[in-house]
Design a protein around this ligand. Sequence first.
Ligand SMILES: [Cu+2]
Length: 170
Amino acid sequence: MKLVSIVASLLVAISTQAMACEDHAKNTTAQQTSSQAPALSATAQLNTAIQISQPRIRAVAEAQKVTGAFMVLSNTSDKALDLVAAASAIANVTELHETTMQANGVMKMQKIETMTIPAKGTLALKPGSYHIMLINLNQTLEKGKAYPIQLSFSDGSTQTVNATVMDITH
Ligand SMILES: [Cu+2]
């Protein structure tokens, strides 16, 4: 009788442990999935009116310490929103810039404080237009690799987007 009860309690102990392990495994999987989601797509983030697509950084020669980042910002809300700041650990200075054509036909780039994404509209950051300037790069950017850029918007929201380094010709 005694032996039977010992075996029975052992079995209970073993099965409890097995269940605990299974639960743990499930939790770990769930945590990994949720922590990976933002890295895969900036648009997966909740509570934001801005969706970001095609984030990219212009590949530059190692000696060049300045480059530009480009992307498309889509505003899903019915109010215009501004991009008010950008930051990245790969550059000592990150600025919002606009390139415009001067009256004399010369392209000129200047720092701007904000860029507006119209209500229910998009703003394309692209060469020869709006862009994010990464100044004093503090590391060599590897082609094909993605680097995080933090964006702050006028509604107080922020998003981190992973921009891939690639050849950008136009
Ligand atoms: Cu610039």
